[in-house]
Design a protein around this ligand. Structure first.
Ligand code: NAP
Ligand code: MG
Length: 488
């Protein structure tokens, strides 16, 4: 493509060096708030580039795994400090590259800093147990070993936090890493990797290769020298990643989509429920895997809840995420915008009532961006496509139910099971929800999209391959247990 030489090109990071791809091809990363603005160019790499990165990671792992956990953790503390110093700049890049508002981007970057510090400390925490042997002269215990080279494949919706919550535990437990970030947000990812580079990690410990999912992503899945693959993205791609990894015996972890419900019961605090439904469903333009999309409301409060919700949604200010007055930014890309518009059309065809929104914004100042109005549907039944498929946009589907039991059945009637919320003041309702809701995160009187970095994160059913990320749970994926038996 014709390149504007005044705009920076972000290269691959391989074996401690920034280098252009072997074919010198680049792709423009554009600002969804203004499609005429190029944020940067990124390499469209080849398998040859990937092979170099994997070879570097494999060589580097020999010495890296021999360091103490504390020594590896010290590097992560350094990365955290560098990222913290660059927080404003990296958050602004994120907003320009994928559209989320600046406060959201700053919050995410600050979370990245906190995750790095959390895992830096992990280098000094226990890794095993002593298990009594039936032989009284023996000592039996477990220890953990690194996997080797880990391939990290990430989506565009959290371009700082997701790469970090995979890379930090991978490194602290002695693995080396090859990252393939989403093309949509590879400039932001490159800036995160700059922080690792500045921290002086040994050559080859962390590598980044940008390029298409079908070449570099698939290349990671197929590469015989990649021992573990951690993937976050859609269920369609995730399934193929899992099958490819399984076929060659690599360990894999998949974190995929959601169709997250919120239940509002007759006894709920309605103002709180409205606020949390809006925040959980529409912040980040609905582009969170934990975003609320199905709003299941008991009939006694349905009309009142609906009125309050629509009144508030109408007030939300859509605009450029860099402007302070903006509450909701654009969709991250033209294809996301088109997906949202097509689901809005589909919902109407299926017989749901569009109460508000769902149209592309054409007002002056917004015409060059991928802006959509937040949408609220009424008269949705759970068998409709808009209640079953992940839209990944600012669309709320209201579903009326008579009882809490029916609400739970509807909430569970989904191929996904990532996050779910209930708004209720009744303890029995809370307890049934905790017991019977099939989701990896169940939240009471709190929005579906809140996540704390020190707690396990992941879903049930098609939302995950069953493993968990973050907190202590990350250890299960990024290490293997070794059972040791010693007889003197
Ligand atoms: P995606 O299309 O599945 O892409 C995810 C990553 O996979 C990207 O880096 C992509 O590269 C790469 N990829 C594409 N084709 C591939 C292939 N054949 N082999 C290997 N890798 C390939 O997902 P997305 O649109 O970026 O992200 C949105 C999805 O992520 C949603 O479904 C959302 O729910 C999910 N998500 C889940 C979580 C969670 O923790 N559960 C968190 C955030 C997001 P390119 O960018 O180059 O296509
Ligand atoms: Mg972009």
């Amino acid at each position: 493509m014709a390149v504007n030489t005044e705009i920076k090109t972000y290269n691959n990071y391989i074996n401690g060096k920034w280098q252009s791809s072997s074919n010198n091809e680049v792709q423009a990363s554009i600002n969804p708030a203004n499609k005429n603005e190029i944020v940067g160019y990124i390499s469209q790499s080849t398998r040859e580039d990937l092979d170099q990165a994997v070879a570097a990671a494999k060589t580097a792992q020999v010495a890296w795994r021999k360091l103490s956990g504390a020594a590896r953790g010290d590097f992560l503390y350094k990365v955290a400090n560098i990222l913290e110093n660059r927080l404003d700049e990296i958050a602004e890049t994120m907003t320009r590259e994928m559209g989320k508002t600046l406060p959201e981007a700053k919050g995410e970057t600050a979370r990245g800093v906190a995750i790095l510090r959390y895992y830096a400390g992990e280098g000094m925490r226990k890794v095993g147990d002593v298990i009594p042997s039936t032989d009284s002269d023996a000592l039996m215990f477990t220890t953990r070993t690194s996997l080797g080279v880990v391939g990290v494949i990430t989506p565009w919706n959290f371009p700082v936090a997701i790469p970090i919550w995979k890379i930090a535990p991978a490194l602290v437990y002695g693995n080396t890493v090859v990252l393939k970030p989403a093309g949509e947000t590879a400039v932001t990812a490159a800036k995160v990797i700059e922080c690792f580079a500045e921290a002086g990690l040994p050559e080859g410990v962390i590598n980044m290769v940008t390029g298409s999912g079908s070449v570099i992503g698939q290349g990671i899945v197929d590469h015989p020298d990649i021992n573990g693959i951690t993937f976050t993205g859609s269920d369609q791609v995730g399934k193929a990643v899992g099958q490819g990894a399984l076929a060659r015996g690599a360990k894999y972890q998949l974190e995929m989509g959601g169709k997250n419900p919120v239940i509002v019961t007759d006894d709920a605090d309605l103002d709180l429920a409205v606020e949390a439904t809006i925040s959980g469903g529409l912040r980040s333009t609905g582009q969170k895997c934990t975003a609320t999309s199905r709003v299941i409301v008991q009939s006694g409060v349905y009309e009142e809840f609906k009125e309050k919700l629509v009144a508030k949604v109408k007030e939300l200010k859509v605009g450029n995420g860099l402007q302070e007055s903006t509450w909701m930014g654009p969709c991250a890309s033209e294809s996301q915008l088109n997906t949202v518009l097509s689901y809005v059309e589909k919902g109407q065809e299926e017989g749901a009532t569009l109460l508000y929104g769902g149209k592309k914004h054409e007002e002056e100042g917004l015409e060059n961006g991928f802006y959509v109005q937040p949408a609220v549907f009424d008269n949705v039944t759970n068998d409709m496509v808009i209640a079953q498929e992940e839209i990944f946009g600012p669309v709320l589907a209201l579903i009326k139910v008579d009882t809490v039991e029916e609400a739970l059945n509807v909430a569970n009637d989904s191929k996904f099971g990532l996050s779910a919320s209930i708004f209720t003041t009744n303890v029995s309702n809370m307890l049934s929800f905790i017991k019977d809701m099939d989701a990896g995160l169940v939240r009471i009187n709190a929005e579906s999209a809140g996540v704390e970095l020190q707690a396990p994160f992941g879903g049930m059913k098609l939302s995950s391959s069953g493993s968990r990320e973050q907190g202590e749970a990350a250890k299960e994926f990024f290490t293997s247990i070794k059972t040791v038996f010693v007889k003197g």
